[in-house]
Design a protein around this ligand. Structure first.
Ligand SMILES: C[S@@+](CC[C@H](N)C(=O)[O-])C[C@H]1O[C@@H](n2cnc3c(N)ncnc32)[C@H](O)[C@@H]1O
Length: 160
């Protein structure tokens, strides 16, 4: 049972990765800048030719560790990671932070949130998205919407 769940989970990750890649390729003329929420070690933003000339930014609570892993592996990434905790982002600071880090608040920006909403409550997810939407010129959002409670309930059942 656990083995089957693992296979299912792996396929799920591959499928969702393909879905996001295809969207980025298909709609690349509709956006000029990408903001990834929780990038982790996702490499797709360095793989796609259509993103080569577009600024790619990411917010991640583990930004320092991610940069450290790339550095130790001798790899470079075109993703500019901004250290941020989604639960601590404040309205007054967000615009200054984005501008200081090089985000262009006028550029048409696509938001990508893959495999990360389940760390937050639904209210916090909407509050973060609303804040980003007010600050940037957001033209779209692609996300896998799983809430904290739904994800944790399933995992508890498998372990038992
Ligand atoms: C499961 S990983 C997914 C990474 C990537 N999107 C992918 O699909 O491969 C979730 C990412 O969200 C980040 N994250 C989790 N909680 C966060 C928070 N409160 N604020 C910012 N980033 C967070 C983690 O550090 C991690 O990089």
């Amino acid at each position: 049972m656990i083995g089957k769940q693992k296979v299912c989970f792996t396929r799920n990750v591959i499928t969702r990765n393909n879905y996001f890649k295809k969207n980025l390729q298909k709609y690349h003329t509709y956006f000029d800048q990408v903001l990834v929420l929780g990038v982790g070690l996702d490499t797709k933003f360095d793989e796609l030719d259509i993103l080569v000339d577009k600024p790619i930014f990411a917010l991640d609570i583990q930004g320092e560790h991610i940069r450290d892993i790339y550095q130790k592996a001798g790899l470079t990434s075109q993703v500019h990671i901004i250290d941020a905790d989604f639960n601590q982002i404040e309205q007054e600071a967000i615009q200054d932070t984005f501008i200081k880090e090089g985000l262009d608040i006028q550029l048409r920006t696509i938001l990508v949130w893959e495999g990360g909403t389940f760390y937050l409550t639904p209210a916090d997810i909407f509050s973060l998205l609303s804040l980003v939407n007010k600050t940037l010129n957001v033209v779209g959002l692609w996300e896998i919407f799983l809430t904290k409670s739904s994800f944790q309930m399933k995992r508890t059942r498998i372990i038992k």
